[in-house]
Design a protein around this ligand. Structure first.
Ligand code: KG4
Ligand code: ZN
Length: 331
């Protein structure tokens, strides 16, 4: 079975073809740049850019996979969570293509896509495992007994980890307001100069909170007179360390509580090298599974895979109505 996946939930337009026999046949991503001068994603601009780019990406993904419309068995599209207008573009395209080609379609939960992204790798994890999903909008620990059977262990009570990274990037004026810029400059930081609190780590609670930490970073940075690049690097290092040590500690607790020994790391913050390194140090290389870096951040390969899995369980959309779920909860 070959599934065309479409992703347009935020500021990445993407298309991919997944085949259950041969694996991933192609995937294309376009990261929007229209938001750079606005200091954050502007929903209306995101939707308009998806309209401009997504069909071209679908055509490219089909041609790279050497697929015609007759080779595609189903269309999977992200229906939520995400920005309503952005989701509508991909959902409308997915539904329309399915109707025109007379194929089934399936609405995919973006977070389930992230969670299943490591399944695209040669060393795919086998449930049961604990999944840490850390993205721009979510921070969740999930007990996965089987694919499709999810139990929420903990989540953020305020900012998501990725959101905190984005806000610190903006505070430090790093050019691009994303966590990868914080991670880059953090490498040059003095590891001893600042030490920020690790929020909510004094109890066995598996929830997270990053908003107080973000405020601490703000006050510390504002107290520096005429900050230079080294000051920014020192702050970035201490912030990153506080977030990562908090995530690592909660992952260890979650594994203890569930008596499981495998951890899956997914979502944009999962691209952070220091997080990967610390998890491997604490849990051992063989216990941690993650997707390749490009499948941590938003992509359609994970949507095509999650769509295929749901279709294989007998699910599909029967209605012609285009419905998006901007707050669709995974659990
Ligand atoms: O999963 P994703 O692409 O989009 C959402 O579903 O939200 O995650 C994007 C988030 C952003 O907040 C970005 O700052 C963060 O992932 N991110 C990182 C890194 N690369 C991306 N955070 C920390 N370190 C990185 N290397
Ligand atoms: Zn995402």
């Amino acid at each position: 079975m070959k599934v065309l996946g479409i992703e347009t939930s935020c500021d990445e337009s993407a298309a991919a073809i997944y085949c259950d026999k041969d694996g991933l046949l192609s995937h294309k991503v376009y990261s929007q740049t229209v938001h750079s001068e606005h200091g954050g994603v502007v929903p209306e601009l995101a939707a308009r850019d998806h309209i401009r780019k997504t069909l071209g990406l679908i055509e490219d993904a089909l041609s790279e996979a050497k697929c015609s419309k007759d080779d595609v068995d189903a269309i999977a599209y992200t229906a939520g969570p995400g920005l309503a207008g952005a989701l509508l573009v991909g959902s409308m395209m997915g539904k329309t293509i399915a109707y025109a080609w007379n194929k089934p379609s399936i609405a995919v939960n973006h977070m389930e896509g992230h969670l299943l992204a490591p399944m695209l790798e040669d060393s795919a994890p086998k449930p049961p495992f604990v999944a840490l999903i850390v993205s721009g909008g979510h921070t969740m620990l999930v007990d996965v007994q089987q694919i499709g059977e999810y139990r929420l262990l903990g989540e953020t009570v305020d900012d998501a980890a990725g959101e905190a990274f984005d806000k610190v990037a903006r505070l430090l004026n790093l050019g691009k307001y994303t966590g990868s810029e914080v991670a880059k400059i953090a490498e040059l930081g003095d590891k001893k100069r600042f030490k920020f609190p690790r929020p909510m780590t004094k109890t066995r609670n598996l929830d997270f909170s990053f908003s107080g930490l973000k405020t601490k970073v703000l006050y510390e940075y504002q107290s520096i007179e005429n900050p230079v690049e080294q000051d920014k690097a020192d702050i970035a290092w201490a912030f990153q360390e506080a977030v990562i040590e908090t995530l690592v500690k909660k992952c260890k607790l979650a594994l203890q509580d569930t008596r499981l020994n495998a951890l899956v790391l997914a979502g944009g913050v999962g691209a952070n090298k220091y997080l990967r390194q610390r998890l491997a140090e604490e849990l051992g290389d063989n216990s941690v599974f993650y997707p390749r870096i490009e499948f941590c951040t938003d992509n359609a390969a994970m949507i095509a895979y999650a769509g295929w899995w749901n279709l294989s369980q007998g699910r599909k959309d029967l209605s012609l109505a285009v419905k998006v779920k901007p707050r669709w909860k995974l659990v």
